[in-house]
Design a protein around this ligand. Structure first.
Ligand code: ZN
Length: 656
């Protein structure tokens, strides 16, 4: 999908046209011919006996069906078994034979499962139509050979262009003229003629709103889904539905799209918090710790980009000659550079099994004292230090400190062990065993396992294996800060390393940055974007006082429906307080606090200023210092008798 979008962006930004046809393949799995499966398997070099076995399996199947008591047996002559583990693979082989016939030609084919797409880019729509016409013939022939038919009435054709004027092109398939449409669906994403995504988003958000509506009917004030379950449904089921395909569209969120997205999130929040009418969405987001949906989909798009960027053919960086709009890959690349720097080495993901072998030779007398290596790592902000020291008996024979920047403690600990292994390779004694002691359980477990998933770990595991072949070497976990002298010393050295790191000017990470770290940095980037959005809002004055900083939160939804409702009213100020009511009704007097007559009556005043509540405030603050959560402190304040009666008074005001 990203490849296809990239091609459209290229065509549009360079003043060209793209003609695309999406084929509706009727049947797919249940239509393939046995001999075409056999041919493709041979073509891909699958051993004959396996091919024969599979073809026999296909031919020898019996299908039994029973409808209203009438049973039939048939022996199928085409199709692969529904749900068969090999069926998708065989299908892919057959599809591959189609894709390879188009390699290096102007008309390109994209395929994923049974979604087949043909496209061609050029300057003249008429010529494009002509080329497409020829290629469709070839696809049709290929389909006949493999037992597949295409349905012209369900096949859609789109001419992508920036021009608003509609240009008609004529292409026929099997004698039937193809319908020219304004958008085309590929892999479930509606891609419009002018590469606008409004239609796709509308469709998606409407579906999600419908789903949320259904959930909403399951939630009532006294029974039904708890806020926690509701949040789960939203984040695990509904939000991914909206974020689907974000990599191609989330970089171009227009006001309209943003509005649609916000509505979905709002609806989900309303179900959870059951607030008063007109409670601001942004305020509820800040309280629940839900990142705005338009920001979330951008993060998802960015994450997808990182995953696929090597798969999407390079060659065009997303910028056209007459650049008006940068393509999606160009936008994500810019964000990537902003978040993690231009030339960071990326951690390659590998999966390799490394098995240790026992030492080949066992000396007759082994010296009693092994070489003990203590390693440790320390981190303070961005400053990291790691260290090792070697000792025999009570004597420290070598020590080492390395300062570093911006790496995780796990990685630093790994590096410390790696460095100590380097030293051991040179200084080992075949008469002594080696013991490496680390207080990092995760590192020790990793090294004692067999699976390496990144290059650094692999190299260390290999070094460990090789050393172990020369003289027995073990990595053992010890409890940190438990008074083991070597460990305490290593910890001191590591701390010193971290202090030295402060003076390092070079902040570029020397180590490959792992995917996890990149993901974290990107998440931070979008959290920052949320904060900026939050601060630049004109309204939500009261919510901003309660939550000057936005954050993600997992605790709040654990509250009961009732608590959440009151909390929402408190932090947004949309509740039975004079300042808020003043927007809706005419107050008998002004909106000054009915407890103290001194300030404007709103929730922030009650929480922070109202002199009448000074004593209670002190008690609650004291509890908070002892560990009472902020939100529970707020609830306690709002449930004070004085505040309750204030609300009751205002309610009668509202009724009259
Ligand atoms: Zn007051």
């Amino acid at each position: 999908m990203s490849t296809f979008t990239k091609e459209i962006e290229y065509a549009l930004n360079n003043g060209k046209y793209m003609l695309a046809v999406s084929l509706d393949c009727s049947g797919a799995f249940d239509c393939i011919k046995f001999d075409s499966a056999e041919r493709c398997m041979k073509w891909k070099g699958i051993p004959d006996n396996i091919t024969r076995w599979y073809v026999n399996l296909l031919k020898g199947r019996r299908v039994h069906a029973e409808v209203q008591g009438q049973a039939t047996h048939i022996i199928p002559h085409r199709g692969s078994p529904q749900g068969g583990v090999l069926s998708p693979l065989i299908w892919n082989l057959i599809m591959d034979s189609l894709l390879t016939t188009f390699k290096g030609e102007p008309v390109q084919v994209l395929g994923y499962a049974d979604d087949i797409l043909l496209y061609v880019v050029g300057k003249s729509p008429a010529i494009l139509a002509n080329m497409m016409q020829n290629e469709l013939k070839r696809v049709k022939e290929w389909g006949e050979v493999n037992g597949l038919t295409f349905n012209p009435s369900k096949t859609s054709m789109v001419l992508y262009t920036r021009s608003r004027r509609r240009i008609d092109v004529k292409v026929k398939m099997g004698g039937v003229p193809l319908q020219q449409e304004n958008s085309l669906k590929y892999l479930g994403v509606e891609i419009q003629r002018n590469l606008s995504w409004t239609k796709h988003i509308k469709e998606r958000t409407n579906k999600c709103k419908f789903l949320l509506g259904k959930c909403r009917s399951l939630v009532s004030k006294r029974w039904g889904l708890t806020p926690k379950k509701m949040e789960w449904i939203y984040k695990a089921v509904i939000r991914p539905k909206v974020a689907y395909g974000a990599v191609v569209w989330a970089h171009r969120i227009t006001k309209g799209i943003e509005r649609d997205l916000t509505r979905v999130q709002r609806l989900a929040m309303l179900t959870i918090t059951q607030p008063l009418r007109s409670t601001p969405t942004a305020g509820m987001e800040a309280m629940l710790g839900w990142i705005p949906l338009s920001t979330h989909v951008q993060e998802m798009g960015m994450n997808t980009y990182l995953r696929i960027k090597e798969l999407v053919q390079a060659g065009w960086d997303g910028i056209g000659h007459h650049t008006t709009i940068v393509g999606h890959l160009g936008v994500w690349k810019a964000v990537e550079e902003q978040c993690v720097g231009v030339l960071y080495p990326r951690g390659k993901r590998i999966s390799e099994q490394i098995w240790t072998a026992a030492s080949e030779t066992e000396p007759e007398h082994r010296l009693e004292y092994p070489i003990m290596m203590y390693t440790d790592a320390s981190k303070e902000g961005a400053n990291v230090g790691y260290s090792w020291l070697a000792s025999i008996g009570e004597y420290v024979i070598e020590e080492n400190i390395t300062p570093a920047k911006d790496i995780s403690v796990f990685k630093a600990e790994m590096l410390a062990i790696g460095e100590s292994l380097k030293w051991l390779q040179k200084n080992m004694d075949p008469m002594r065993r080696n013991i490496i002691l680390s207080d990092s359980k995760s590192v020790v477990e990793k090294l004692n396992g067999h699976l390496a998933q990144d290059e650094m770990t692999r190299n260390i595991m290999v070094a460990l294996r090789d050393l172990n072949a020369r003289t027995p070497t073990e990595v053992i976990w010890i409890k940190g800060h438990s008074g083991i002298v070597g460990n305490e010393l290593a910890a001191l050295l590591a701390k010193e390393g971290a202090a030295q790191a402060d003076k390092l000017l070079d902040t570029k990470p020397h180590m490959p940055v792992s995917r996890k770290e990149i993901k974290r940095k990107i998440h931070d980037h979008y959290m920052k974007a949320w904060q900026i959005k939050w601060e630049s809002l004109v309204d939500c004055r009261i919510s901003k006082q309660f939550y000057p900083l936005v954050r993600e939160d997992k605790r709040i939804v654990k509250m009961s429906q009732k608590d959440l409702q009151l909390l929402t009213q408190t932090v947004t100020g949309h509740g039975l307080y004079k300042y808020h009511l003043g927007h809706w009704i005419e107050l008998p007097d002004d909106d000054s606090c009915s407890l103290c007559q001194e300030g404007q009556e709103d929730t922030w005043h009650l929480w922070e200023w109202c002199p009448r509540l000074r004593k209670d405030r002190k008690v609650i603050r004291c509890l908070m210092e002892k560990g009472l959560a902020y939100e529970h402190g707020l609830l306690k304040m709002m449930r004070l008798k004085a505040v309750e009666s204030l609300r009751a008074r205002n309610e009668t005001l509202l009724a009259s």
